[in-house]
Design a binder for this molecule. Structure first.
Ligand SMILES: [Zn+2]
Length: 414
C-alpha cells in the first residue's frame, strides 16, 4: 500500500518575496518534483504579476498541472474586504463575533474577514479578478478557497450570521419568515446556550441541532444554499473556459456550520481538498476551532459548568476525541486517525466521488506556523495515508516544508 500522488500549494506574498528569490522558489519546486513527482501546483499569487508567468513556466517544464489558488470571500487577491462589506452577526457586530474569537485573527497577512454573500457588487468584482487571471495567464484549473461563512475562530456569534438587510431580504423571500422572527430565533439560540446545563448540552449532536433549538433550521439551510450559489458561480467562470475546479473545504465534521455542504458542493468540482488539520493553531485547524468553540461557549455561559461539558459537546460535533483541557488540545492536537474517519465520512456523503477526495496534510515546519509540524507528527499522518492508498496535498506553503518531509512521503509511495 502506498501514497498515490502528491500535489503542492505555493503562496507568494510580501513576506515570501522578501525572503526568497525566484531561483530559490524554483529549486524548492524542482526538489519536491524530483522526490515525489508533483501532480498539481496550487498557486496563490499575492505578489508581483510576473510571478504568474514565472511559476507557469516552471510548472510547464516539469509537466505539473497548474491551478490558480483563489480565495473568494476573504483575503481576496485584488484589494480587500472592508468592514462594510463583511457579515453582520446576531450580536449586532460586523465582521468577527466576540466570544471565543482567536486573538490573532486580524493580526497576520490573512485576516479571515468574510464578505457577505449578498454583496452582489463585491462578488461581481471578485469574479472579474478571477476572469482577469484566467484570461491573462496560463492556468489549467482553479482552486477555490475561502467560500464559506466564518468558523468558530471568528467568534461564536459569527457562525449564526449574516443578518444584514440584503441577506434578510433574500431569506424572507426563501422562507416566508420575517427578519424580526429570525432575529428572535437566533437570539434564543444564544440565550439557550448561555443558560444551558450539562443535560441541555447533551441533547445537541449536530450543527443543525443548534439551529433547531429555536426552530431556525430554515436559516441553516438557507446559509448552505448561499454558499452553493457562490461556489456554482465561480465554478462556472472556470468551467466556461474549459478549466478544472478544485475546492478547499473545511473538514466535513466542521464544514456544515460554515455553509459548506459536501453533498451539494462536489457537483461543481473535479476534486475536493479536505482540510483535515489535526495540529494547526490557525483557522480550519481542529485544535484552534475546537478551543474557540469551547471558549466561546464558556464566555457566554451564565452557569459555571465544568470545561469538560463544553469539550464533550465539541467532541460530538467534531466527531473526534479531545484532550481534557483547551491548553492540551492546542499543544498536542488530535490523533491523525481523524484523517481516515473524515475521509470515510465524506465518502459516504458523495458516493462515486471517493477517489476525488484529497486530504490536505500539514507539513509546514517553520516559526511562522504554530505549532511547526514535528517529524513524528508528519510520520504519523503519512502512515495513515499510506494505509488508505490516497493522494495527498502537501499543506500549506511548500516554501516552509522541509525537504526531509518529501523524502518521508517518497518512502511511502513505493
Ligand atoms: Zn449579508
Amino acid at each position: 500500500m502506498s501514497i498515490k500522488g502528491v500535489s503542492i500549494q505555493l503562496m507568494i506574498g510580501e513576506r515570501e518575496e522578501a525572503s526568497f528569490s525566484i531561483k530559490e522558489i524554483e529549486s524548492c519546486i524542482r526538489k519536491a518534483a524530483s522526490m515525489t513527482g508533483i501532480r498539481r501546483l496550487l498557486f496563490w499569487n499575492a505578489g508581483a504579476k510576473k510571478n504568474h508567468d514565472l511559476i507557469s513556466s516552471i510548472s510547464s517544464d516539469l509537466g505539473i498541472e497548474l491551478y490558480t489558488w483563489f480565495p473568494v470571500l476573504a483575503d481576496i487577491v485584488d484589494g480587500h474586504v472592508s468592514l462594510d462589506e463583511s457579515q453582520l452577526n446576531p450580536a449586532g457586530i460586523r465582521g468577527y463575533g466576540k466570544s471565543g474569537k482567536w486573538s490573532k485573527i486580524d493580526k497576520g497577512e490573512e485576516n479571515f474577514l468574510f464578505a457577505c454573500p449578498e454583496q452582489s457588487h463585491k462578488i461581481a468584482s471578485i469574479n472579474r479578478s478571477l476572469e482577469n487571471i484566467l484570461d491573462s495567464y496560463d492556468y489549467s484549473g482553479v482552486f477555490l478557497d475561502r467560500i464559506r461563512y466564518p468558523s468558530f475562530a471568528g467568534g461564536l456569534e459569527s457562525v449564526f450570521g449574516c443578518i444584514c438587510q440584503d441577506c434578510m431580504r433574500s431569506y424572507e423571500a426563501y422562507s416566508g419568515d420575517t427578519s424580526d422572527e429570525l432575529n428572535m430565533k437566533l437570539e434564543e439560540i444564544l440565550n439557550f446556550l448561555a443558560l444551558a446545563d450539562e443535560k441541555n448540552l447533551e441533547g445537541i449532536h449536530s450543527y443543525e441541532d443548534l439551529f433547531a433549538l429555536s426552530g431556525a433550521e430554515t436559516f441553516y439551510k438557507f446559509r448552505s444554499l448561499q454558499i452553493e450559489r457562490i461556489v456554482s458561480h465561480f465554478s462556472s467562470t472556470a468551467k466556461s473556459r474549459g478549466m478544472k475546479v478544485g475546492l478547499d473545504l473545511l473538514t466535513p465534521s466542521m464544514s456544515d456550520i460554515t455553509g459548506q455542504n459536501y453533498g451539494k458542493l462536489h457537483q461543481f468540482s473535479d476534486w475536493i481538498k479536505m482540510m483535515t488539520y489535526c495540529y494547526a493553531n490557525g483557522p480550519a485547524g481542529i485544535p484552534l476551532e475546537a478551543v474557540s468553540l469551547i471558549r466561546g461557549l464558556k464566555a457566554i455561559s451564565r452557569k459555571s459548568l465544568p470545561e469538560k461539558a463544553y469539550i464533550n459537546l465539541c467532541s460530538r460535533l467534531f466527531k473526534t476525541e479531545l484532550a481534557s483541557s483547551c491548553d492540551i488540545i492546542l499543544k498536542n492536537g488530535i490523533h491523525p486517525n481523524y484523517i481516515s474517519s473524515e475521509l470515510e465520512f465524506a465518502a459516504a456523503l458523495m458516493p462515486g466521488f471517493e477517489d476525488k477526495l484529497i486530504p490536505g496534510i500539514e507539513l509546514v515546519n517553520h516559526p511562522f506556523f504554530t505549532p511547526p509540524v514535528r517529524k513524528d507528527q508528519c510520520e504519523a499522518s503519512l502512515n495513515i495515508l499510506k494505509d488508505l492508498e490516497h493522494e495527498i496535498i502537501a499543506s500549506w506553503n511548500i516554501l516552509y516544508i522541509p525537504d526531509e518531509y518529501f523524502s518521508m512521503i517518497k518512502e511511502r509511495m513505493i
